[in-house]
Design a protein around this ligand. Structure first.
Ligand code: SIN
Length: 564
């Protein structure tokens, strides 16, 4: 296999010059569990926090999380067992120190979330009811509203934010899309250019300047034709970080959720999720002939880690010549299903499927980016002044495959760590205000090409890949990059589409180079895990001082101490 042509990226997207300026000590970008937690914590100690979010405060992926939040809350459970399950799911590529942080700090952070107003489901004695999901050997998933955990967490955090909206120490700007990161001459991140669809003073592109920036912009699911991610998940923060020179890692490890409601060939955009918790409560995957097939595949059967289940479904689909399998929950009974999974049952019924009387058609679809902007244990990235938290980040806790329901916990735990680190640094006089420097622009990919990017990614870098499929995808994406029109209108549509292209090229390069199968990265032509050759991370870095804009791909051994 030849190494692919290096990808070159511009430093900035074409955009109008800033027409307004906002100033803060810390700019937090994003309003999921990570961004809201971080902003609320920072506000307690930092004079000026600016929170910007792409559309409404609750429009991101957190709100859509069904299953729950994993933490060793039960007396018979322990952080050590949670650690073990996380490491196994991550297939040798987790950073154990990061996982240790996650599982040991997780339980108290969940209790703090409860104290703050989040209402988790409880039993008759008032104890939190815990369920199980794939890869967990214990019941350790706390849930809310049955299958509306993310919506409840989001509600509770937004209520906290609304309570302090009048506080001059925190400013919130909605409908604000981050375009690019601003950096000083010495390469320190000192804000972001942000496009606001607003009225009055803050409208159009402006410069949000700050001593530090926390990216909490979520994932990149819209890079594929179908995904469980909401429409806002176009990887804007990740792409901006890549262009600015931050190190991104593990991009090839894309998690495909095994049980996404199958709405027929060609269904595109955000698809309804059927939570893994449904299997946690006893539902079983069956093929078109009604045969349960997971028992022979893995000792944990239907509750094997997510990558194992997704792969088994794809194999069963290929063997039976179908494009979906079924999740049979009928034996759980109507009363139980309606109470425990009200959102899923209602959504299925809206779409003409009644889980009480019918098996639910399901197939794998994109769900989560296990990689992202590489951070250390304090959430610091490789760029001074830039932090990353939540799905946009790669803290090392997920490795090659995220353990179910670890993502809300990761956002929560690392948001606290980032706030703590920033409070100390700002109080010490570190990260003094500085001016942005540099400008430039490049052609944009017009929004009408978005479906081509998504179809290319789906065909070439989907749940099953090969050297050939990734090479074809790289060639198609490079051709799209060549056809970028200098006069494409700058605006949310072309910025998002260009972000998808930029990230798609980096992700596909990683998927092409990694000649093995592991976690969320499955190569037909290299079906086995190869620890000799590939116990390593692929790190993508664009050197901001290199005028060619080439993105270097570095293979980083897992034995090396983690630095961002
Ligand atoms: C699910 O409910 O199956 C999704 C939970 C997760 O992605 O962790």
């Amino acid at each position: 296999m030849h190494d692919p042509e290096p990808v070159t990226l511009p430093r900035f997207l074409t955009s109008p010059s800033p027409g307004w300026t906002a100033e803060a000590d810390v700019l937090v970008v994003g309003s999921g569990i990570a961004g809201l937690t971080c902003a609320l914590r920072l506000r307690e100690h930092v004079d000026r926090v600016l929170l910007v979010t792409k559309t409404g405060l609750s429009a991101g992926s957190t709100t859509w999380a069904q299953g729950g939040i994993a933490a060793a809350l039960a007396p018979e459970d322990s952080p050590a067992e949670h650690l073990e399950d996380t490491l196994v799911a991550g297939v040798g590529l987790c950073d154990e120190a990061a996982v240790e942080v996650l599982v040991t700090e997780g339980p108290s952070r969940v209790h703090e979330l409860i104290a703050l107003g989040a209402r988790f489901d409880t039993d008759a004695t008032g104890e939190i009811t815990l369920t199980r999901e794939g890869g967990h050997h214990r019941d350790r998933i706390a849930h809310a509203g049955g299958d509306a955990t993310g919506a409840e967490i989001s509600r509770a955090l937004i209520a906290q934010l609304e309570a302090v909206r009048a506080d001059p120490g925190i400013e919130i700007i909605e409908n604000a899309l981050v375009v690019d990161l601003l950096t000083s001459e010495e390469g320190r991140v000192c804000g972001a250019s942000v496009h606001v669809i607003g009225e009055g003073e803050v409208d159009g592109v402006g410069a949000a300047r700050a001593r530090a920036v926390v990216l909490a912009t979520g994932g990149l699911g819209q890079i594929y034709s179908s995904t469980t991610n909401p429409p806002v998940a176009t990887g804007d923060g990740m792409a901006a970080a890549l262009r600015a020179g931050a190190a991104l890692a593990d991009l090839e490890f894309v998690q495909f959720h095994p049980t996404v409601l199958h709405l027929g060939q060609g269904a595109s955009g955000q698809q309804p999720l059927v939570s893994e918790a449904v299997r946690g409560e006893g539902a079983v995957l069956v093929d078109a002939d009604g045969e349960a097939f997971m028992a022979g595949v893995h000792p944990m059967a239907d509750l094997a880690p997510r990558d194992v289940v997704a792969r088994a479904i794809l194999e069963r689909m290929a063997a039976t010549g179908t494009d979906h399998v079924y999740l049979d929950a009928r034996h759980l009974g109507g009363d139980f299903l309606e109470e425990r999974f009200p959102t899923i049952v209602a959504r299925c019924r809206e779409l003409g499927i009644d889980p009480v009387s019918q098996p639910i058609p399901v197939a794998p679809a994109q769900h989560y980016a296990s990689g992202g902007v590489r951070t250390d244990l304090r959430g610091r990235t490789s760029l001074p002044g830039l932090y990353a938290c939540g799905e946009v980040s790669c803290t090392g806790v997920h490795g090659a495959n995220r353990l179910a329901s670890n993502s809300l916990l990761e956002g929560l735990v690392f948001a606290h760590r980032i706030a703590e680190d920033l409070v100390t640094r700002l109080a010490d006089g570190q990260l003094p205000p500085t001016d942005p420097s540099g400008e430039g622009s490049d052609a944009l990919l017009d929004a009408r090409h978005r479906a081509e990017v998504q179809e290319t990614m789906t065909r070439g870098v989907g749940p099953l890949r090969s050297g050939e499929s990734t090479a074809q995808a790289l060639a198609s994406l490079a051709a799209l990059a060549q056809t970028m029109e200098p006069d494409a209108e700058p605006g949310p549509g072309s910025w998002e589409t260009t972000n998808l292209l930029h990230l798609g090229r980096a992700l596909t390069t990683g998927a092409h180079l990694r000649e093995e199968s592991r976690g969320g990265h499955v190569r037909r032509d290299h079906p086995d895990r190869d620890d000799e050759g590939w116990s390593a991370h692929l790190v993508h870095v664009r050197d901001p001082h290199d005028p060619t804009g080439e993105v270097a791909v570095i293979m980083l051994d897992t034995d090396l101490a983690r630095t961002p």
